[in-house]
Design a protein around this ligand. Structure first.
Ligand SMILES: [Zn+2]
Ligand SMILES: [Zn+2]
Length: 71
């Protein structure tokens, strides 16, 4: 199983889900979107350039996540 950067056109991916594992293996760790934590990007640049497209999905995911199901 591998995880790819969410920005369309970016081919960076990693097999390792934990940032510490990826760094240890010399791979690029992908960072979760801090808002929705449902997509990953390889860099701030990818995050920033994907944001206009991701924004709508991100706000939806954030709304779902903020629903208090586990109180
Ligand atoms: Zn990327
Ligand atoms: Zn997001």
């Amino acid at each position: 199983m591998s995880v790819a950067c969410a920005r369309p056109g970016c081919t960076v991916s990693t097999r390792l889900l934990r940032v510490s594992d990826a760094v240890g293996a010399g791979e690029t760790p992908l960072m979760f979107c801090k808002q929705c934590r449902s997509v990953r990007h390889c860099s701030r640049e990818c995050q920033a350039s994907h944001w206009p497209k991701h924004k709508e999905q991100c706000n939806k995911m954030k709304a779902v996540r903020s629903t208090p199901l586990l109180l």
